[in-house]
Design a protein around this ligand. Structure first.
Ligand code: NAD
Length: 361
């Protein structure tokens, strides 16, 4: 039987809100960050959920995460927008940059927007969902800087990249069911190894190599010195995409890549380049969405190899997880739960108060 703590999304949101508030954030920022993190848990991405709060608290204390910092527009040139996140909460500054890009796209039909200096922006799909909610398409390329490297290039034996996520978001005929491809370019997101390590789980073959470059099943190789490395997905193809995400985001945003001549203070800074596109500028939206729906239905109609595992489209696993976890609660492994409570204590939120907020004994 699972030893997880099961907690409702509302209770987890309330607890996370309070921890962020104890970190000095004003109400609106607490709301944005706690909503985003709990939605990541609901979506099944525990790697980008509340389990990352302890890291945020460490970065707050090192002044590498600056509460109450909004995004600054540093270039406003028609379809080209550039933003500086000022090391503010990524969920806030990326959301603000994305809102501005969507707004501008209504005029220009296409926008290239960049963001630099954002503290960890979390689940990139959240920004793709903002685009599709506005009836737009978006493509996101993200790198991770200011941090030690964790992902090896194809054929390499040590790390040279972050997990560099890429997201492509496409509206469908049903506004509640966009197609959202949102993925790390590593075999799995780093946070999933943290969750596995906390839970004492071994990894399947082919996900990490140890510090000597040899295959390993131990997630701990990523958390002990000398560190091992995560492998890119799909060998040379994933490596190629990771490199392109690094270059498109790091260079065009002005935030820089993870190459070693650039400063690394051991924070988590994301840069992002996003292209927002209004499909209405290229064709009849009704026809485009009808074609998207027909193609998605065609893909999903392929008879599954396992009848219990039907073909899905990207974005669907997250919707299924949300439905299940909204109904049954969010499971958190005990270690992540303890780390979350300790993070609150570090900021002055007593354990008894935290447990009362969460409604957990
Ligand atoms: P994942 O492997 O769980 O999913 C990747 C994509 O595949 C998703 O779009 C999902 O909908 C789709 N998918 C999953 N199963 C599917 C199926 N059976 N059929 C069709 N599509 C399917 O995700 P991941 O690569 O582990 O990334 C997790 C999260 O981590 C993402 O939200 C990403 O943005 C985030 N991330 C953020 C950073 C950062 O620095 N901010 C870095 C890395 C990852």
């Amino acid at each position: 039987m699972s030893d997880d703590v099961i907690i409702t999304a509302d209770a987890l949101r309330a607890l996370t809100y309070e921890i962020i508030r104890h970190g000095g954030s004003e109400a609106a920022e607490c709301q944005i960050v706690s909503d985003h993190l709990v939605d990541a848990n609901l979506s099944g991405h525990d790697s980008h959920g509340v389990g990352i709060v302890p890291t945020y608290v460490i970065n707050l204390q090192k002044n590498m995460l600056r509460p109450n910092t909004g995004v600054t527009n540093v270039r406003d040139d028609g379809a080209f927008l550039q933003f500086d996140g000022g090391k503010g909460y990524g969920q806030r500054v990326a959301g603000e940059a994305m809102s501005a890009a969507i707004e501008r796209c209504r005029e220009t039909g296409i926008v290239v927007a960049t963001l630099k200096n954002a503290h960890h922006i979390g689940r990139v799909g959240a920004y793709g969902e903002m685009a599709t909610a506005a009836g737009m398409i978006s493509l996101h390329f993200v790198n991770v800087t200011d941090h030690f490297t964790i992902v090896a290039p194809h054929r390499g034996t040590d790390s040279r990249f972050g997990t560099n996520p890429v997201c492509i978001a496409m509206p469908t005929g049903n506004p509640a069911e966009p197609i959202i491809l949102d993925m790390a370019t590593s075999k799995v997101a780093m946070g999933k190894l943290r969750v596995a390590d906390n839970a004492g789980r071994r990894l399947p073959d082919g996900i990490v190599i140890d510090a000597d470059g040899a295959p390993s099943n131990d997630p701990g190789v990523m958390f002990r010195e000398p560190r091992g490395a995560l492998l890119p997905f799909a060998e040379h193809k994933g490596y190629g995409l990771a490199l392109m995400a690094e270059l498109l985001s790091g260079t065009l945003s002005g935030g820089g890549t993870i190459q070693p001549a650039n400063e690394r203070l051991d924070g988590i800074i994301n840069t992002m380049t996003v292209i927002v596109l209004d499909p209405a500028r290229l064709g009849d939206v009704g026809w485009i969405l009808g074609e998207v729906d027909a193609m998605a239905a065609f893909a999903k109609a392929s008879p599954p190899t396992d009848p219990d595992l039907p073909v899905l489209v990207p974005g669907e696993p997250e919707r299924l997880s949300r439905a299940e976890r909204n109904a049954n609660g969010v499971p958190l492994d005990r270690e992540s739960w303890q780390q979350l409570l300790s993070a609150g204590e570090t900021l002055g939120l007593g354990r008894a108060e935290a447990l009362a907020i969460a409604g957990v004994d």
